[in-house]
Design a protein around this ligand. Structure first.
Ligand SMILES: *Cc1c(COP(=O)(O)O)cnc(C)c1O
Length: 379
């Protein structure tokens, strides 16, 4: 039996019960292989670390419990997790996703999986009728992301999971930005949840990782495990250890970062030079109602805003900040900012003047003061 509250759960499920030394902190099993006993058996069930390792096992079990799924699978990066999911489908299958999906996921479809035979359609998944119209007889996967990176588009997970199931497709959700602290896609009907654990799970910008959590065991989970083991895109024991440790403070960090982000977003609205603020917690956000219904305890630590003057203005604001660090990635304790367009291709829907912000754990008043002086330096 697991306790009810996420804070308790995050600490209980990540505890390793060390039979050798009763260490309270989890030992790191830096081993590629495991010894057999005299009868040739594997006393603890571990064979070879591509297949499994105690640190990965602990991480995978923790991920499954936090997302309310049957099993978790850890990968060496978020992209490795997405690639494993796409590989579980076959040439000739069709994927529906949105033009607002994480840019590298779209490139993965266009540059790797389409030549391999996987078909896909980009359709705004916040528009259910448009998704319905994009369904083909061979549609097998809905690949959703909400809130999306970097435009914070909101997709109704329950409605699309229902639609996917009506046509026999799998509904998978990239839950990196919300985390299970704020949103639990499996409880809303999705079949698979994906994470870049590089972000909030790790939480300290010191490790890369990815994860898939399946709602139930079956053909798909079997296939995903097979792909994980046969293609070998797995995290090291130390990476697993860092991410598992990050999970212990995940609820605390995400809730607080969400409070800070909402404060910063509300302050940004109407500031001179700021043309638009993207944050689902704002009443004027087009996805606010859906976000309110499917997220709880906040809208996340990520926001974006657009400055007049395009990319040069965005670059100059980012360059003038002193508390924020100008870097890509997100979800760490430190606030990061980046003019997003430079990381995406010319075909991305991201506006030139867009700054993507990962709000950290610094005092929000200091973040606001920093943004204030940087925006004033624009004129
Ligand atoms: C960062 C990110 C990814 C990719 O994860 P990596 O760990 O960088 O491979 C996927 N989806 C979203 C929403 C992300 O923010």
């Amino acid at each position: 039996m697991y306790p009810m509250n996420l804070e308790t759960l995050a600490i209980q499920v990540t505890r390793f019960h060390d039979k050798n030394a009763s260490a309270v902190s989890t030992p790191i099993y830096l081993t590629s292989t495991f010894e057999r006993d005299h009868e040739g058996n594997l006393p603890h069930g571990f064979l070879y670390s591509r297949g499994n390792n105690p640190n990965r096992d602990l991480l995978e079990k923790s991920l499954a419990i936090l997302e309310g799924g049957a099993a978790g699978l850890a990968f060496g990066s978020g992209m490795a997790a997405i690639a494993a999911l796409f590989q579980a489908f076959r040439p000739g299958d069709h994927v529906i996703t949105t033009p607002f999906v994480y840019y590298a996921a779209q490139r993965l479809l266009a540059d790797v999986f389409e030549p391999w035979g996987l078909e896909y359609t980009l359709v705004d998944t916040s528009d259910i009728a448009a998704v319905e119209a994009a369904i083909r007889p061979n549609t097998r996967l809905f690949w959703l992301e909400t809130p999306s990176n970097p435009l914070l588009c909101i997709t109704d997970i329950a409605a699309l999971a229902k639609l996917a199931h009506e046509v026999g497709a799998v509904c998978a959700v990239d839950n990196t930005w919300a985390t299970p602290v704020l949103q639990r896609p499996l409880a809303l009907g999705a079949d698979v949840v994906m994470h870049s654990t590089t972000k909030y799970f790790g939480g300290h910008s010191d490790v890369l990782g990815g994860a898939l959590v399946v709602a139930e065991e079956g053909e798909l989970s079997y296939r995903l495990r097979q792909i994980q083991n046969l293609t070998g895109g797995i995290p090291s024991p130390f990476d697993c250890w860092l991410i598992t440790r990050g999970i212990q403070t995940l609820p605390l960090r995400v809730r607080q970062q969400s409070v800070h982000a909402e404060k910063v977003a509300r302050w940004l609205v109407g500031q001179p030079g700021v043309e638009k603020v993207y944050y689902p917690g704002l009443e004027e956000h087009p996805g606010h109602e859906v976000a309110l219904a499917q997220m709880k305890d906040g809208f996340g630590g990520m926001l974006s805003f657009e400055v007049g003057g395009g990319l040069p203005a965005a670059r100059s604001v980012a360059g003038a900040l002193k508390v924020f660090t100008q870097a890509t990635s997100l979800g760490g304790v430190e606030s990061l900012i980046e003019p997003r367009k430079i990381y995406e291709g010319p075909d991305s829907p991201t506006p030139d003047g867009l700054l993507r912000v990962s709000v950290g754990l610094e005092h929000p008043d200091d973040l606001i003061a920093d943004l204030d002086q940087a925006l004033k330096s624009l004129k």
